[in-house]
Design a protein around this ligand. Structure first.
Ligand code: NI
Length: 479
C-alpha cells in the first residue's frame, strides 16, 4: 500500500487513540455531584470543599460565559465556595472568588485554534483563546459548539503517564518548568525516562546530565534554525521565526500552521529523522518512459517514495506517468527539456530549457518542480546563476549505479550491495535511469534488499530538507 505523507501523519495521530480512551474513562469516573454536595452551606472558612478540575480552565466574574474572564488556570484542585445546579461553581483563587463552569464537556482553548468543518481537511476559521462546549469526540477530534455553529477542532492532548517515552522531535531542556528559564541542552529525538508529568505540559525527564524539564505536548516542536513564515501553504514569505519552540495548530504534509505573535502562520518543516534511522533517496533520470508505469506500480506496492528528474519532452510524451509520479507522493524535478550539455549554452538557452520543462510539468501535473539536476551533472558559473534565478538548488548524487552503461541487473545491484555487505549509507542520493527495463528490475530488487535492511526511502526534498533546512538556489548538493 502506498503511504503518502498525510497518511503517515494520520498514523502518528492514531498512536494517541489509546491514551484518549484512558482520558475518556477518567472523565467518566469523575462524579462532580458528590463533590458538590459538600461545602455549599458551610460558609467560607476552613471547611471549603476541595474539587479537582482535570483540565485547564478560565474563571468568570459571574456565572455566565459572556461575563468577563478574570483569569486562566492549569488543571488543579480548587476550593469550592458555592455551587449552582446548572454547573457553575464559585471558587476561591489567589486573585479573588470567581465562577467556573465545572461540567466536563467544556475546554478552554489556550491559543488560536484551527476550526474544521469536518474531521481533517483544511481549517476554515480560527478561534481566539476561549471556552468551548464539546458536543462529540472522535479520537483526537472534538466537535465543539462555536459562534459559527457546530465545528471540529483537533485537540492536542499530553495525557501521558510517567515511564519510557519516545519524544519524536528535537526538544530543549530546562532546569525549571518555565520557558523563560535558561535553556540547557537541545536533544535529538530519543526515548527518555519521564519521571513526572504536569497538566500544563511540562514533564521532568532523566538525562545523562541530570533531571531536566521539557515542554511535552505533541503539538510542540523545536525549530532549530530561522525559518520563513507564510500566510498560506506555498505562499510568499511574510517574516521569520526561530530558533525557538513553536506550537502547532494544524499540519498539511510538510507544512505546519503555527501560532505566532502575529496570529496563525505557516512554516515549511520537513519531518524529523528518528535516531538510528537510515534515510536514502532513489532518483530516476531522463524519463518518464514506457517503463515508468511498471516502476510506479512496484514502488506503490512497497510504499516507497522516489524522485524523478524528468525531461520536459518526455513529460509531453508521457503525461499520464508524470501525473502519477506527483499523485502517488513522489517528487517530480527538472532535468531540462531535451538533455543538452548546459555548459555549452548561454544563459538565454538554459532559461529556455528550464522554462519549457516547468511548463510541461505544470501542464501534466499541476505543479512546478523545486529541484534541478542538470544533464550529465555538468555545470559552470552561468548554469549556477540561471539555476538561482529559477530558485533551483542543483541536486547531484552520492551513488552512481552506471545503469545506463551496464544495462545489467547484477551490475546495477553491485552498487547497492556486495554479497551480504550493504554499500548504501544514510543520506545517500542514488542515481538511476527509468528508461531501461534492466534498471527497473534492479531498482525493485535493491528496494526489497534495503527495506529488509531497515532503510527508509524519502524524496530528495525530504532527505535534504531535514539535513539542511531550506535549500539554497544555485547551490550544489550531492548528499
Ligand atoms: Ni540525464
Amino acid at each position: 500500500m502506498h503511504m503518502n505523507r498525510r497518511r503517515l501523519f494520520m498514523k502518528k495521530t492514531m498512536r494517541f487513540g489509546a491514551l484518549l480512551f484512558a482520558v475518556v474513562l477518567i472523565l467518566q469516573t469523575i462524579n462532580i455531584s458528590t463533590v458538590l454536595a459538600y461545602g455549599a452551606e458551610e460558609g467560607i472558612s476552613s471547611t471549603l470543599a476541595r474539587h479537582n478540575i482535570p483540565w485547564a480552565f478560565v474563571v468568570y466574574a459571574s456565572p455566565d460565559f459572556r461575563a468577563e474572564i478574570k483569569g486562566s488556570f492549569n488543571a488543579q484542585s480548587v476550593s469550592l465556595i458555592k455551587t449552582n445546579d446548572d454547573g457553575w461553581a464559585l471558587i476561591s483563587t489567589y486573585s479573588g472568588n470567581w465562577w467556573v463552569y465545572l461540567i466536563e464537556n467544556i475546554r478552554f482553548l489556550h491559543q488560536n485554534t484551527a476550526v474544521y468543518e469536518s474531521r481533517g481537511g483544511r481549517p476554515v476559521e480560527f478561534l481566539a483563546p476561549q471556552t468551548v462546549r464539546i458536543l462529540a469526540q472522535e479520537g483526537n477530534w472534538l466537535q465543539v459548539s462555536t459562534w459559527l455553529g457546530s465545528r471540529w477542532i483537533y485537540w492536542h492532548t499530553a495525557e501521558h503517564q510517567p515511564g519510557r517515552h519516545l519524544i519524536p522531535w528535537r526538544f530543549i531542556t530546562y532546569l525549571e518548568p518555565d520557558s523563560r528559564a535558561k535553556k540547557q541542552e537541545t536533544l535529538l529525538p530519543q526515548t527518555v525516562d519521564v519521571v513526572q508529568i504536569r497538566d500544563d505540559g511540562w514533564a521532568l525527564i532523566k538525562t545523562p546530565r541530570g533531571d531536566r524539564w521539557i515542554y511535552w505536548r505533541e503539538n510542540m516542536r523545536y525549530v532549530e534554525k530561522t525559518v520563513s513564515l507564510y500566510d498560506s501553504v506555498g505562499g510568499n514569505p511574510s517574516g521569520e521565526i526561530g530558533p525557538e519552540v513553536i506550537s502547532i495548530i494544524a499540519q498539511d504534509g510538510d507544512w505546519l500552521q503555527i501560532s505566532t505573535r502575529f496570529g496563525p502562520r505557516w512554516i515549511h518543516l520537513p519531518t524529523t529523522q528518528q535516531p538510528g534511522e537510515r534515510r536514502i533517496a532513489l532518483t530516476f533520470d531522463d524519463g518518464p518512459s514506457i517503463y515508468t508505469k511498471r516502476l510506479l506500480d512496484e514502488l506503490a506496492s512497497r510504499g516507497v517514495s522516489a524522485t524523478f528528474f524528468v525531461l520536459g519532452q518526455h513529460v509531453i510524451a508521457n503525461p499520464e506517468a508524470a501525473r502519477r509520479i506527483v499523485e502517488e507522493g513522489h517528487e517530480i524535478a527538472s532535468h531540462s527539456y531535451s538533455h543538452p550539455n548546459f555548459t555549452n549554452m548561454n544563459a538565454a538557452g538554459i532559461r529556455s530549457e528550464l522554462n519549457r520543462t516547468n511548463d510541461a510539468i505544470l501542464q501534466a501535473t499541476g505543479t512546478t518542480p523545486a529541484l534541478l539536476r542538470t544533464p550529465y551533472g555538468s555545470y559552470n558559473s552561468t548554469v549556477l546563476s540561471v539555476a538561482a534565478e529559477f530558485g533551483f538548488p542543483l541536486i547531484m548524487w552520492s551513488v552512481d549505479t552506471r545503469d545506463w552503461e551496464s544495462r545489467n541487473v547484477s551490475a546495477v545491484m553491485s552498487h547497492f550491495a556486495d554479497r551480504n555487505y550493504v554499500k548504501i549509507k544514510d543520506g545517500d542520493i542514488i542515481l538511476l535511469h527509468d528508461i531501461y527495463s534492466t534498471t527497473i528490475d534492479a531498482a525493485i530488487r535493491a528496494v526489497d534488499l534495503l527495506l529488509a535492511e531497515g532503510f527508509t526511502f524519502v524524496t530528495v526534498s525530504e532527505l535534504l530538507g531535514v539535513r539542511y533546512g531550506t535549500l539554497t538556489p544555485g547551490k550544489v548538493y550531492t548528499r
